[in-house]
Design a protein around this ligand. Structure first.
Ligand SMILES: Cc1cc2nc3c(=O)[nH]c(=O)nc-3n(C[C@H](O)[C@H](O)[C@H](O)COP(=O)(O)O)c2cc1C
Ligand SMILES: C=C(O[C@@H]1CC(C(=O)O)=C[C@@H](OP(=O)(O)O)[C@H]1O)C(=O)O
Length: 388
């Protein structure tokens, strides 16, 4: 299983190709579109989201809503492209209008300057168009398909917001996906503690008025993951490492934790190791889940818990110092229309990134041609582990 995306933020469309999905998976297209809508939501988003209405078009690999085993091709339109005329045309000649929209004062914290230097773009629009997190819409469509494959073998997953700026969620968060889902649908911040949401709205408003931005922390929990996915036998087979890479691969994510993560480093061993238990008919479990469902780079059957730290949005309406790359004069950075925070969409994108990695390891571990066969193999595998 693998996927690739193409497309610019203000280009005609985003395109995605997801390979390796077993044949026989009945896709719930509404569920994919609901995930796309959730990614557009959350307080603190910029006005771009009023223009877009992300819906997926499936143009390959699926017939009568059922996967056929071939590459799945996906399209999401960029409605905003209509406002960019020939500036973002893949084929039209350059226009004088284009020169007016050039980005020459790179934004600190964005890909602009280094991307321009590396690819030789003196109009850094050519960098920002692809580095933009607009592309994460397609990652969510891909992740939503992966999530449906996970569901078909008894795995559920949810992503939500744990912290916005310095305002933190509850100290102890549930490990149960259904319980988390019930709580986070109570508010527009995908937070467990809806008491704090008013406070967070205020914080986002104050930050926006000051021309500043915010980051935060997102948390993803997966239940029902069979033990033994990934392997301790080689560094590049460790599933926790692959998940960490996928999470940091999301725009603006700068930190990742598995389970107690950095906090575990300051605790005693007796406070961190999850003691082992066994019950007739249920098999093995742990008395706690400090290690977030991983031992030796392998899932251990406990809930997977992953957190990601999102840095504040780099584009500031009160811009920081930059240098004009045409004149080399010190000046304020370019200002592009922007979000104040993207913590809610980030929670959906990180959930999607983890969904993909889990779906991929399932396809690598079990038969990935036919869903019914995969389901049978997963059931047998679970029984064998329980009886061990
Ligand atoms: C969902 C989402 C929305 C984002 N929106 C913006 C935005 O409006 N303006 C901006 O400057 N950065 C935004 N970012 C962050 C940039 O895309 C990101 O910081 C940039 O591509 C540089 O990559 P890096 O932060 O991973 O180093 C967003 C990130 C995410 C995940
Ligand atoms: C378009 C999306 O996010 C964009 C991500 C982004 C960036 O620099 O990452 C910059 C902004 O782009 P624009 O200037 O077009 O408003 C965001 O709106 C989206 O999430 O759908």
């Amino acid at each position: 299983m693998d996927y690739m995306t193409a497309g610019e933020s203000h280009g005609p469309q985003l395109t995605g190709i997801l390979t390796g999905v077993p044949a026989g998976l009945h896709l719930d297209i509404d569920a994919i579109n609901q995930a796309l809508a959730a990614r557009q939501g959350g307080y603190g988003r910029g006005s771009r989201q009023k223009i877009e209405h992300d819906t997926v078009q499936i143009v390959g690999g699926v017939r009568h809503s059922i996967t056929m085993g071939g590459p799945i091709a996906l399209v999401i339109q960029n409605r905003d492209h209509g406002h960019w005329g020939e500036i973002m045309s893949p084929t039209a000649e350059e226009t004088p209008e284009n020169t007016l929209r050039q980005v020459t004062r790179p934004r600190p914290g964005h890909a602009d300057l280094v991307g321009g230097q590396k690819y030789g773009h003196h109009d850094m629009r050519n960098v920002l168009e692809r580095s933009s997190a607009r592309e994460t819409a397609m990652r969510v469509a891909v992740g939503a398909i992966c999530k449906q494959l996970l569901q078909a073998v008894g795995i559920t997953i949810v992503g939500y917001v744990d912290q916005v700026g310095s305002v933190k969620g509850p100290v102890v968060s549930p490990l149960n996906v259904a319980e988390i889902e019930a709580a986070i649908t109570q508010n527009d911040m995908r937070m467990l503690d809806d008491q704090q949401v008013d406070r967070i709205h205020l914080l986002i408003d104050e930050t926006r008025h000051a021309g500043n931005t915010l980051g935060g922390v997102v948390r993803v929990v997966a239940n029902g993951v069979p033990a033994g996915l990934g392997s301790y036998t080689a560094w590049n087979q460790k599933l926790d490492a692959k998940i960490a890479a996928a999470v940091v691969g999301v725009n603006a994510i700068k930190g990742v934790e598995i389970g107690d993560g950095f906090e575990a480093a300051q605790n005693l061993g007796s406070e961190v190791m999850d003691q082992i238990d066994w019950h007739e008919g249920q098999g093995y479990s742990r008395l706690s889940d400090h290690l977030g469902g991983f031992e030796g780079g392998m899932t251990n059957g406990m809930p997977i818990v992953v957190r990601g730290a999102l840095k504040p949005i780099p584009t500031l309406y009160q811009p920081l110092q930059s240098v004009d790359i045409h004149t080399h004069e010190v000046s304020k950075a370019n200002v592009e229309r922007s979000d104040t925070t993207a913590i809610v969409p980030a929670s959906i994108v990180v959930e999607s990134a983890v969904s993909f990695e889990l779906a991929k390891v399932l396809c690598d571990t079990f038969d990935d041609a036919n869903l019914a066969r995969m389901q049978k193999q997963v059931a047998d595998y679970r029984s064998e582990f329980d009886a061990f």
